[in-house]
Design a binder for this molecule. Sequence first.
Ligand SMILES: Cc1ncc(COP(=O)(O)O)c(C=O)c1O
Length: 367
Amino acid sequence: MKISPFKIEEWMNRYEAGALYDLTTTCIKPLSLNELLKLAPSADLNEIFNRPLGYGDITGSERLKTAIQSLYTNQEQKNITITHGAIGANQLVFYSLLEKGDEVVCIVPTYQQHYSIPESIGADVKLYFLKEENNWLPDMEELEQIVTSKTKLLCLNNPNNPTGAVIPNWLLEEIVEFAKRKHLWVLSDEVYRGLNMIGNPYSESIADLYERGISVGSMSKTYSLPGLRVGWICAREDLINEINHQRQYNTISVSILDEYFAAVAIENREAIRERNINIMLQGIETFTNWLTAEPLVECVIPNGGTTALVKYKNDMKSRDLCKRLQNRTGVAILPGETLEMEGYVRIGFCAIALKPALDLFSEYLHQ
Ligand SMILES: Cc1ncc(COP(=O)(O)O)c(C=O)c1O
């Protein structure tokens, strides 16, 4: 099977490790196990240290599924399956739902999986580009024009990577009404759910709102544990059964060690959230101050997630800009071209040493 190069992942593999200041990151300072256990004092390590390292429960431990269930209003264990990160979750959804010739509408910019995997399956993929003037939110009239009677699946990412836009609940409800009318499945990649900076940190989840809604979540962003490689899919039971059928061919089960620490983290999510919201709020303040003082960039300020999409006032191609910036200053940022957004760069505002890195970026822009 042929598939397009995964542009972001290729860029990060090449440039992230050599960076002195890594603003390509989408994570909030990943936790060590020691840090996690300090935030989760009730964890009993004997329990996991004495457990035989078998495959465990094939579709995920009851404890982890119970913890995940508590993140939703309307889900039971039979509506959940555990995956190898959100990346594994998204892939399983596409493999389970799509066939050659199916029409898919994907809201971009987003994680490239959402259009490149459907394309590789032979689906007819239409990209709907969010606009800065709409604060990077979908416009229902524009969506109406792109979705046809043949469209099977609508893909979105809420809160959004790279823009940091959060779809308000009233607009999510409009999307659900629209999807009902058009009889669409809706895949919502919700790996940044719980990281809204304004109001309730948790947006509504599509799986709770709509019977053909599929929610994907993971430990990587909201819980600062990307190294656990645990994600999940929440959807109606017949789709989960179909996904589990596909899953037997690429997962068997997810590591019981990873599942154990994932359950501990979700059970103690408030302590992790408090730590993370502090890092986010400091990051967004530094970022906003920089934006205000820097005339050569423009950006809609994120209200969730961990990244911002910044337009720069310069003709240089984004790949050239990012390469030269990193060579001269050691600051790594992500070129917009890797997100189909030429003329922009993505900045992770929860990065360590954000201020000196942004100052170096400014110096570079003014040279
Ligand atoms: C929107 C989105 N979905 C999925 C992933 C993959 O997440 P995971 O580490 O859980 O596989 C990422 C990682 O950056 C992401 O930003």
